[in-house]
Design a protein around this ligand. Structure first.
Ligand code: ZN
Length: 356
């Protein structure tokens, strides 16, 4: 039932903020397979597929960001090591001694590791501290700067976590890099596939947005371009179900409706409508909030005269690392929820939400 192949492919594509071309190509390919021919893009590279159910109906954005967090090469040392700028929010603990893939401007790919001192070489004081990101480097296994440059490596190249998709002991637990936010991209593609078959009283814009991880930039430009009546951002949020958390947001218990994050206070009437539909349809959801971090919904909510917006998030463990874990049921329930909600968002309902 769940298209695991698509999830695997999306998670394994390389694309940091501003370098989303592999993902963009994939999304275009999927739109074309779905028979969605009206595909445009904004000036930053967000890709927008338009699916018409009723031309006179309200315009609804489903946004999933194509970029993932990663590194950008900023310097090649004489010895051939690559210094880097983190792109998106990294925690230094999860950066050391990890494998990365460096992609050159010509698309050549090289395996790299973030170098770390062996414990044998650390002083007692060094052992107590975390390593400053500025002191880290990528090692691609060359002798000199000349050798690195000869391979085509240049300042500005991207490095992303090297990690293949895997299912865990219980195969509904899915391990991968970049669930943030390729799972959101998968959700809107699957929602559009189902709604194309079933019909819907509105116009849907599936948006693969760019540069979310550096400040919701593609959502701002694509939101401005589409000028929607309603927007949903589909993203991940930090699960709180591991040791030393309060167990308030669990994998497998349904997608999270974010009532608050640092970019948005979710539109109350829209939120209530979605919760009511979830209840009617028997789809599990969890209410949650994020103290830090935002989603595309925050940026889209502020285009033109303002857009009722809501983030629907897949709970994920260990986000912003090489090894995030999500649950297949949360993906499927996010899809079901959005399909059910969008089927009910006709002009009259949307007016009732806007003018509550
Ligand atoms: Zn995200």
């Amino acid at each position: 039932m769940v298209d695991l192949e698509m999830l695997k492919e999306l998670s394994e594509l390389d694309g940091i903020s501003g370098r989303e071309s592999y993902v963009r190509k994939y999304v275009r390919k999927k739109f074309s397979e779905l028979g969605i021919e009206d595909v445009t893009r904004d000036g930053l590279g967000s890709v927008v597929g338009r699916l018409v159910g009723d031309e006179k109906g309200p315009k609804i954005i489903l946004s999933g960001h194509m970029d993932e967090i990663g590194l950008m090469v900023t310097k090649i040392t004489d010895e051939g090591f690559l210094k880097f700028q983190p792109v998106g929010g990294w925690w230094s603990h999860v950066l050391l001694a990890q494998e990365f893939t460096v992609t050159t401007s010509e698309g050549k790919k090289y395996r790299a590791v973030t170098g770390a001192k062996a414990p044998h070489l650390l002083s007692p004081e060094e052992r107590e501290k975390t390593v400053n990101v500025d002191d880290m480097f990528l090692d691609i296994g060359v002798e000199s700067r000349e050798e690195a440059e000869g391979l085509g490596i240049r300042i500005g190249d991207m490095a992303v976590p090297a990690r293949t998709f895997a299912t865990l002991a219980n195969p509904k637990y899915l391990l991968g890099k970049a669930w943030d936010d390729r799972i959101g991209v998968a959700v809107f593609l699957e929602v559009m596939r189902r709604l194309k078959e079933d019909g819907h009283p509105n116009v849907i814009f599936g948006v693969g947005s760019v540069q979310e991880e550096v400040g919701l930039r593609g959502a701002k430009t694509s939101g401005q371009m589409v000028n929607p009546d309603i927007a949903f951002a589909i993203d991940v949020t930090a699960a709180k179900d591991t040791p030393k958390t309060d167990n308030s947001l669990k994998l497998g218990q349904g997608p999270a409706i974010l009532v608050y994050d640092s970019s948005l206070i979710a539109h109350v009437a829209l939120r209530e409508r979605v919760l009511a539909i979830a209840k009617e349809e028997g789809i599990p959801v969890q209410l949650d909030f994020l103290k830090r971090g935002g989603t595309d919904a925050g940026a889209i909510s502020l285009v033109h005269s303002g857009v009722p917006s809501l983030p629907i998030c897949i709970p994920a463990r260990y986000i912003h690392s090489h090894v995030s874990v999500i649950h297949q049921d949360d993906y499927e329930n996010a899809v079901k929820l959005l399909v059910a909600v969008i089927k009910k968002l006709d002009r009259e309902t949307v007016n009732a939400i806007i003018f509550d």
